[in-house]
Design a protein around this ligand. Structure first.
Ligand SMILES: NC(=O)c1ccc[n+]([C@@H]2O[C@H](COP(=O)([O-])OP(=O)(O)OC[C@H]3O[C@@H](n4cnc5c(N)ncnc54)[C@H](OP(=O)(O)O)[C@@H]3O)[C@@H](O)[C@H]2O)c1
Length: 206
């Protein structure tokens, strides 16, 4: 796949590295001049991987959004025509700071883009777990939500390719708020209750 990553910080950088490592073509849609974080990522991926968000999106089948939640609308509007593409939203409206008028970033994205293949994934764990989802013999699990079965299939394939144990389907667009709450549960445990960022969700099944 050719994957555009919009936002080259903690999450965008981790996903860009892992998708490239498992053989996908990654284009990073960044702001210029490049920030310190973007320069660090460009050193690892190659400067030729960096372009504008619009160009990265136009050349890709899959677009990953990894910018601050408050920027969701301006970021998706800058992508141009997304018809036929899958958008994977990784953002969370932390402390209620999301796009004005929308309960989740993904609802805001859907309202401002052409493609209906918009899903939310890679938002429920820290970026360190994206870089390395392995815990001894086990692997962290990932979660996805959205009406688009094509979008969910793409997100699930990518999650398992980069080492997550399984990618659990939480349901349709009505579960965007629930999957953000799962992210806040991880943040609460890891940061507020003191368990630390080296922890991840893993589902047991019989
Ligand atoms: N940190 C985590 O562990 C984690 C885990 C799951 C989900 N999330 C969610 O993922 C999102 C990103 O978090 P992060 O920790 O990766 O943030 P971050 O390190 O601050 O990175 C944000 C990136 O967004 C870029 N950006 C900001 N405004 C932009 C715009 N208008 N157009 C294009 N790019 C823009 C920034 O560009 P510059 O480099 O130019 O400043 C930066 O590369 C957030 O919504 C967060 O809630 C975070």
């Amino acid at each position: 796949m050719t994957i555009a990553i919009i936002g080259s910080g903690n999450v965008g950088g981790a996903l860009a590295q892992r998708f490239a490592e498992v053989g996908h073509t990654v284009l990073v849609g960044a702001r210029f001049p490049l920030s310190e974080k973007s320069i660090g990522l460009a050193t690892k991926l190659g400067e030729d991987r960096f372009t504008s968000p619009e160009r990265a999106a136009a050349q890709s089948d899959v677009i990953v959004l990894a910018t601050p939640a408050q920027k969701a609308i301006e970021v998706v509007q800058a992508l141009g025509d997304t018809t036929g593409k899958v958008i994977i939203d990784t953002m969370n409206s932390l402390r209620g700071m999301g796009p004005d008028g929308f309960s989740t970033t993904t609802d805001a994205v859907l309202a401002h883009t052409a493609t209906r293949d918009v899903v939310k994934c890679f938002n429920t764990t820290g970026f360190e777990n994206i870089l390395n989802p392995t815990y001894g013999e086990q692997a962290a699990d990932m979660f996805v939500a959205g009406h688009s079965s094509h979008g969910k299939a793409v997100a699930t394939q990518l999650a398992t390719e980069i080492g997550f144990g399984a990618c659990y389907d939480l349901g349709g667009n009505d579960k965007f708020a629930l999957i953000e709450q799962l992210a806040f549960t991880w943040i609460n445990l890891a940061l507020l209750q003191g368990y630390g960022r080296g922890m991840a969700f893993n589902i047991l099944t019989r």
